[in-house]
Design a protein around this ligand. Sequence first.
Ligand code: NAP
Length: 279
Amino acid sequence: MAVRIDGKALAAKVKSQVAEEAGKLSRKPGLAVVLVGEDPASQVYVAGKERDCAECGIESFGYRLPAETSQEELLGLIRRLNEDSRVDGILVQLPLPGHLSEETVINAIAPDKDVDCFHPFNVGRMVIGAPAFVPCTPAGVIEMLDEYDIPIRGKRCVVLGRSNIVGKPMAALLTQRDGTVTICHSRTEDLARCTREADILVSAVGRPGLLTGDLVKEGAVVIDVAMNRDENGRLCGDADFASVEPRASYITPVPGGVGPMTRACLMRNILTAAGLHQA
Ligand code: NAP
């Protein structure tokens, strides 16, 4: 039976380190949190991030904008936040309402305040191995592997999903750590053949039950990034836990796995940004 990786406990450790370091700075680090519209899931995420900030000694400045906010208004706010010396990091909660261009908005954030690491400048730096910030979810995954002394070097790593936020940066970070990486997506032929080769299998698709035990090699490490709702409305990942857990050597539960680590890594990126601005 697999060891369950405790993302919650590790996240608490990371956040207490961030709080200690933040306390040594000459002024509190600051995060601007921008939420456009009233998507209920986004409201929950944003409230969680603001709680994390309070726990870590980081000041948060909330900007709740109506769903009909225009692109120009949003870009105007971002320009002001780029210039605001109290603000070390700017987080625009995605998804944005359909009439707003996420790409344009992300590109408007000053790279030294891009604590989500979504700006092309920071993505490029990450890919060449000279990062200022690391994208929160993949960084959290790497940190969990390290915490449990799970080697990456030379291992076959399979990432399910190729989004800019999770799949692609996850593959880049695993490659940098000397993993041999395959990325799978909706057009992959014979998914099972790929997944059954994986020593480390990271699933970031967003489909409950997609990853069943027969797709997993005996003894593989399974990292379930997905956050889905099952038919009873309960939070779940991509893995069919009952069939995957007995085959895996390690597995991340949902909830309590990757999610808390993503949030903790965001706090660390804000601290990094504050260090850059206060240097
Ligand atoms: P996304 O942008 O929708 O990407 C999903 C990816 O899965 C796409 O690359 C898609 O392929 C691929 N895919 C779809 N069906 C597939 C199939 N049958 N077999 C293989 N691949 C398939 O999603 P995302 O933003 O990366 O998020 C993925 C999941 O992670 C979601 O559940 C999300 O809620 C969760 N998430 C969790 C955290 C966290 O902190 N735990 C953070 C971010 C996201 P194509 O590219 O071909 O369409």
